[in-house]
Design a protein around this ligand. Structure first.
Ligand SMILES: Cc1cc2nc3c(=O)[nH]c(=O)nc-3n(C[C@H](O)[C@H](O)[C@H](O)COP(=O)(O)OP(=O)(O)OC[C@H]3O[C@@H](n4cnc5c(N)ncnc54)[C@H](O)[C@@H]3O)c2cc1C
Length: 428
């Protein structure tokens, strides 16, 4: 492993008995486990997804080294390991760029997931970013006596468990809004007997060919998985519990997202929402007729208030209209290969796919009560103020504004740390 920017404790503070005692430097090792303590120059970044990479690159541009700890064995593990094969960026590439590097001009407007990963690998190479892989951060806590963060991680290699405590001045949480799959508790799950899996495990519809599949959740993933299942000759139904805004991915020859951003420069958000809904109605018709009721608030207002993303339709609605995908109400309970819905209707299914989303895991590992909400694991302060906490703690990629939001956070964080870094370097 490349610890290019790590340093075993040997600096000035390592000779300070208080420092050593406080860190409880413990080098006990046994055949199956060992522990060590590492002092880090610059910030520790937890997570090597697009947000962590963006933060590391922005810091590098300012001359500040950083150390990324990543629990999986690759960068962008959400994209590489937990997404379906047909996934493309939902937004046009110019809205998904990380700082200082655009997408190749020969990439399509909506790059495939393979192309996006290729872009991220190129990005990591360009900025010489080498995360420490297979290191899961279990705990991070600010030691107010020392004035440093203590970040504990566990790695298991070849059956041997290594626990490392990283000591750092700054800590950047980049574990994402999608760190853990949300699995709803459904009565009768054990009885069902067929396959039940979260979309994070769904790759393609091959194994569902000819089968009746119930997809639970009508966000972008649920809608797209239904379309994929149709294309594989499966028979999907879609559970729609809540209201949802479905918009065409493109309108008036422009991407809906790009058009919205442009209109927002000139018009109030309520008016932009009105326009989006009128054009959607002209292009898609009344979605409520097909069981997809719209929320009272417009799509952009709703996104701003609750973070709920509108669905950008890539062809699923046409399949719903022609009856290839059936829309169902919420599930009441499961029985043997049978689903009972809240309206009392029952139907047989071979499999269930849960497109029930993800959640942040920050409350599990960050021992801190002010910056992040314990409830949803997101910063308490709303955008654009959620990126900085106390004592050198930062958050990148928790704005509910995708990669664009992550890039904004990364630049702000690097600016903030740079000033402190330079002042401290001068002092040293
Ligand atoms: C299907 C799908 C499609 C999307 N499409 C778009 C799009 O088109 N445009 C857009 O802007 N956004 C999109 N998004 C939003 C998405 O959140 C971002 O694209 C992006 O992946 C967020 O990057 P991130 O680095 O913040 O989080 P992630 O990509 O989730 O990366 C977080 C990393 O942290 C690691 N990690 C988590 N916990 C720990 C721990 N305790 N210790 C160590 N490492 C840890 C994870 O393994 C992961 O590698 C999409 C999301 C999904 C699910």
């Amino acid at each position: 492993m490349d610890y290019h920017c790590l340093r075993e404790i040997e600096g000035k503070q390592a000779h300070d008995p208080l420092f050593i005692e406080k860190m409880n430097y413990n080098n006990k090792s046994s055949s199956s486990s060992s522990s060590r303590c590492v002092c880090v120059l610059g910030p520790v970044i937890v997570g090597a997804g697009p947000s962590g990479l963006a933060a590391a690159a922005c810091l590098k541009e300012k001359g500040v080294p950083s150390t990324i700890l990543e629990r999986s064995n690759c960068i962008a593990s959400l994209w590489q390991l937990k997404t379906y094969d047909r996934l493309r960026l939902h937004l046009p590439k110019q809205f998904c760029e990380l700082p200082f590097m655009g997408f190749p001009s020969d990439f399509p407007t909506y790059p495939s997931k393979r192309q996006f990963v290729e872009y991220l690998e190129g990005y990591a190479n360009k900025f010489g970013i080498n995360p420490c892989f297979n290191e899961t951060v279990d705990q991070a806590e600010f030691d107010s006596t020392l004035g440093f963060w203590r970040v504990k991680s566990t790695a298991t290699r070849g059956g041997k468990k290594t626990t490392t405590e990283y000591i750092c001045r700054w800590l950047i949480a980049a574990t994402g809004e999608n760190a853990e799959a949300v699995m709803p508790e459904i009565e009768g799950t054990a009885e069902f007997g067929g396959s039940i899996k979260h979309t994070s495990l769904y790759k393609n519809g091959e194994e569902y060919r000819g089968k009746k599949v119930l997809v639970v959740g009508c966000g972008n993933s649920g809608m797209e998985v239904c379309l994929d299942l149709c294309n594989q000759n499966a028979k999907p139904s879609l559970v729609v519990r809540d209201t949802v805004h479905v918009l065409p991915r493109e309108m008036l020859g422009k991407s809906t997202f790009g058009l919205s951003m442009w209109l927002l420069k000139w018009l109030p958000i309520r008016l932009v929402d009105r326009l989006l809904l009128i054009v959607s109605w002209l292009l898609l018709g009344d979605t409520a007729r097909f069981g997809l009721d719209r929320p009272c608030l417009g799509p952009l207002q709703l996104k701003n208030l609750s973070g709920k993303t509108p669905v950008l339709d890539v062809g699923t609605l046409a399949k719903i209209k022609c009856g290839d995908i059936k829309v169902c109400p919420a599930i009441k309970r499961l029985k043997r290969h049978t689903v009972e819905f809240v309206n009392g209707r029952t139907e047989k299914f071979d499999a269930i796919i849960l497109a029930t989303g993800y959640k942040s895991n920050v409350p599990y590992w960050l021992k801190e009560g002010d910056m992040f909400s314990k409830k949803d694991g997101l910063p308490r302060k709303s955008f654009p103020n959620g990126w900085r906490g106390e004592n050198g703690l930062y958050a990148v990629g928790f704005t509910k504004r995708g990669l664009l939001g992550a890039s904004m956070d990364a630049k702000r964080i690097a600016d903030d740390i740079e000033s402190c870094w330079k002042a401290e370097a001068k002092h040293v």
